[in-house]
Design a protein around this ligand. Structure first.
Ligand code: ADP
Length: 369
C-alpha cells in the first residue's frame, strides 16, 4: 500500500520505523528539506497547509494520514471525495484544529472539559472570573497560544484573536490516555500516563506509565474514553490530554488526532507501541494489545539553552551503558534551545526506581552545539 503522511517530523519517522517490518511504501510531505522523515521515506518538500500541494501529494496514495494536525483539512476533504482514504478523517481534524470547535465538541457530548467562553474578537466582554486561561482558536502549539490571565493588569496582554477563555483548573496531575479506533469499529485504550512538565519550556519533560490512580479517577477516565470513542466519527489514534484537579475530578484539556509525545515510552514499555497501533489503524487491521509490561518512562531530549547549530549529544556513551535504557534520536542535524531532538525511554520495576533512573539519565545528557 502507498501510505502518505502529512508532516515529516519525528512522529512520522517513528511510525515508519515501526511499520517497515510490514510491506508498505511510505511517502511524506514536509516544508523542511531536512525533516526527520526525509532520509527514510519517499520525501516531498512542500507545505502541508497549502490546498494544491496536499491534493497533489495525496491523490495517488491509497491512504493519507497526518503526524501534525495543522494541515489543510479542506484538501483532505477533497481527497476523501475523490476516494482516497483519509485517517483520521477531515471532519475530525477540522474540529480539533479549532479550539472553539473542539470545546464545543466536548460540550455537545457531555465530555467534562473546563468551563469556557468563546471570544471571537477583542470587543467582546469576558465573563469568566479571574484567573482564567486564554487559548487561541487556531495556531497554538506546544504551549504557545496559551496564556494565563491572573490579574486585572494582565487584561492588557490579552490576545486579540478569536479565542477560548477557559476556567483555570487547580491541577494536581497532567495525565494522558491514547485511544485508537479502526474503521471496523474496533477500539483499544493504552494505560494512562502522567506528564511531568518543565515549567520553563512548557514542553513535556518526563512521562511515566503506569500511574497509580484511585478507582474513582480511573472510572472517570474510562467514562471519558468510552464516550469519546463512541462519538468520534472517525478511525484514528487520539491522545486525550487530561487534568486531574486537586479535588479528584478529571477534565479533558485537549485531544490530539495523532501520535503523541506522551506515548513514546510505549516503544519499550508496552506490549505494542502507539506507532504499531497507528499503523494498524491506518490499514484497518486488527488492533494491537497495548498492556504495560513494566514501569516505563520517557525523557525528552531538548536543545539546551544557549546552544544553536550542529547538534552534539553530550553524555550518550554513559547512557548507552545503562540497562533497560533506550535512546531514540530524530535525525535532526541542527539544535536550538527547546527543540525536541530525541528522547530516552527507561524501564524499571517500580515508580520510585523509574523516577530515580530518569533523574539520573537527565543529569547525564545535554543537547548542545
Ligand atoms: P498545547 O496545545 O500548547 O499543548 P495546552 O492546551 O495543552 O496547549 O496548554 C498547555 C499547558 O497549559 C497545559 O499543559 C497546562 O499545564 C496549562 N493549561 C492549559 N489549560 C489549562 C487550564 N484550563 N487550567 C490550568 N492550566 C491549563
Amino acid at each position: 500500500m502507498k501510505i502518505g503522511i502529512l508532516g515529516g517530523g519525528q512522529l512520522g519517522r517513528m511510525l515508519i520505523q515501526e511499520a517497515l517490518k510490514y510491506d508498505d511504501e511510505f511517502y511524506t510531505l514536509d516544508p523542511a528539506s531536512d525533516a526527520p522523515c526525509h532520509t527514510i521515506s519517499n520525501f516531498t518538500q512542500g507545505n502541508f497547509n497549502d490546498y494544491e500541494t496536499v491534493l497533489n501529494f495525496g491523490n495517488d496514495k491509497d491512504v493519507v494520514t497526518i503526524e501534525i494536525e495543522h494541515v489543510n483539512a479542506d484538501a483532505l476533504a477533497e481527497l476523501e471525495k475523490q476516494g482516497v482514504k483519509v485517517v483520521p478523517n477531515a471532519g475530525i481534524i477540522k474540529t480539533i484544529q479549532q479550539k472553539i470547535l473542539q470545546k464545543e465538541f466536548y460540550k455537545t457530548h457531555d465530555i467534562p472539559s473546563p468551563e469556557f467562553q468563546v471570544v471571537w474578537n477583542s470587543d467582546e466582554k469576558i465573563m469568566m472570573p479571574l484567573p482564567f486561561v486564554q487559548k487561541m482558536n487556531t495556531g497554538g502549539y506546544d504551549g504557545k497560544g496559551v496564556q494565563v490571565i491572573t490579574t486585572e493588569d494582565d487584561y492588557q496582554h490579552l490576545w486579540k484573536e478569536a479565542s477560548v477563555i477557559e476556567s483555570l483548573v487547580d491541577i494536581d496531575k497532567e495525565l494522558s490516555v491514547i485511544v485508537a479506533k479502526n474503521e471496523a469499529g474496533e477500539t483499544n485504550i493504552f494505560p494512562v500516563t502522567e506528564m511531568v512538565a518543565d515549567p520553563k519550556l512548557n514542553l513535556l519533560d518526563f512521562n511515566v506509565c503506569p500511574v497509580l490512580l484511585t478507582e474513582n479517577v480511573q472510572q472517570q477516565i474510562d467514562a471519558i474514553t468510552e464516550k469519546f470513542l463512541n462519538v468520534v466519527n472517525s478511525p484514528g489514534l487520539f491522545a486525550i490530554e487530561l487534568f486531574l484537579d486537586k479535588i479528584g475530578k478529571v477534565w479533558v484539556n485537549e485531544t490530539a488526532p495523532r501520535l503523541h509525545n506522551s506515548g513514546h515510552q510505549s516503544q519499550e514499555g508496552n506490549t505494542n507501541s502507539q506507532f504499531e497501533q497507528m499503523y494498524r489503524v491506518v490499514k484497518n487491521l486488527p488492533l494491537a494489545d497495548t498492556d504495560a509490561i513494566t514501569y516505563s518512562g520517557m525523557l525528552n531530549l531538548v536543545g539546551a539553552e544557549g546552544y544553536a547549530g550542529k547538534v552534539i549529544y553530550e553524555g550518550m556513551e554513559k547512557v548507552l551503558k545503562l540497562p533497560e535504557t533506550y535512546i531514540h534520536l530524530y535525525g535532526k542535524t541542527e539544535t536550538k534551545p527547546g527543540r525536541k531532538m530525541g528522547h530516552i525511554n527507561v524501564l524499571a520495576d517500580s515508580r520510585e526506581e523509574l523516577m530515580e533512573k530518569l533523574v539520573k539519565v537527565k543529569s547525564m545528557v545535554r543537547v548542545i552545539a
